[in-house]
Design a protein around this ligand. Structure first.
Ligand SMILES: NC(=O)c1ccc[n+]([C@@H]2O[C@H](COP(=O)([O-])OP(=O)(O)OC[C@H]3O[C@@H](n4cnc5c(N)ncnc54)[C@H](OP(=O)(O)O)[C@@H]3O)[C@@H](O)[C@H]2O)c1
Length: 163
């Protein structure tokens, strides 16, 4: 199984505020859909509740929760380890948030697909963990300029240094 992390991260690593995203960038949402469709997405309970239409279509949805079991259209597990044991060897899985799950998965993931947004939001209450400890190397970086609708950002793909 290939385990990926995908996130849109502000300059201060902010990823959310009041159970919502801090930036909505159309191209970023498109890329998220393109990369994850046909694969497995793994999310925490609160991230599930932040999805406007529930389970994401055309993907296997996995929700992690120790307190709830009923998430329509989703497989539910009580830990990341348990979820990973139920993912086939040829499946590709994407950790799609939130903060504690990102932190846990960062120690085991193979790749990071980050959208690094060159701005700091006025408010934030969840943050992506630090990933500048030398574990990750940039595999590709695609800069996008600011528009009337969004700040400048870059699609940055990282791989583990020892892979
Ligand atoms: N910018 C981005 O790319 C991005 C992506 C995703 C989310 N977000 C934002 O992040 C925020 C939500 O993230 P969050 O950190 O607050 O919450 P979250 O991680 O989505 O959900 C937390 C809950 O998930 C369950 N959980 C998490 N890890 C688990 C594990 N290893 N094993 C079992 N259960 C686990 C627990 O549920 P129980 O309490 O039921 O046990 C925990 O209380 C929202 O603001 C959302 O918009 C941003």
């Amino acid at each position: 199984m290939q385990l990926n992390i995908i996130a849109a991260v502000a300059e201060n690593r902010a990823i959310g505020y009041q159970n919502d995203m801090v930036y909505f960038i159309r191209e970023d949402l498109k890329r998220f859909k393109q990369l994850t469709t046909g694969h497995t997405v793994i999310m925490g309970r609160r991230t599930f509740y932040s999805l406007p239409k529930g389970a994401l279509p055309n993907r296997r949805n996995i929700v992690l929760s120790r307190t709830e079991t009923d998430f329509p259209g989703c497989d539910v597990y009580k830990s990341l380890d348990e979820a990973l044991q139920h993912i086939g060897a040829d499946e590709q899985a994407f950790i799609i948030g939130g903060a504690s799950l990102y932190k846990e998965a960062l120690t085991v993931a193979d790749r990071l697909y980050l959208t690094e947004i060159e701005a700091v939001p006025p408010h934030a209450d969840v943050f992506f963990p630090a990933y500048d400890d030398g574990t990750w190397k940039v595999e590709s970086r695609e800069e996008r300029p600011a528009t009337d609708d969004n700040p400048a950002y870059a699609f940055v793909d990282y791989v583990r240094k020892d892979t």
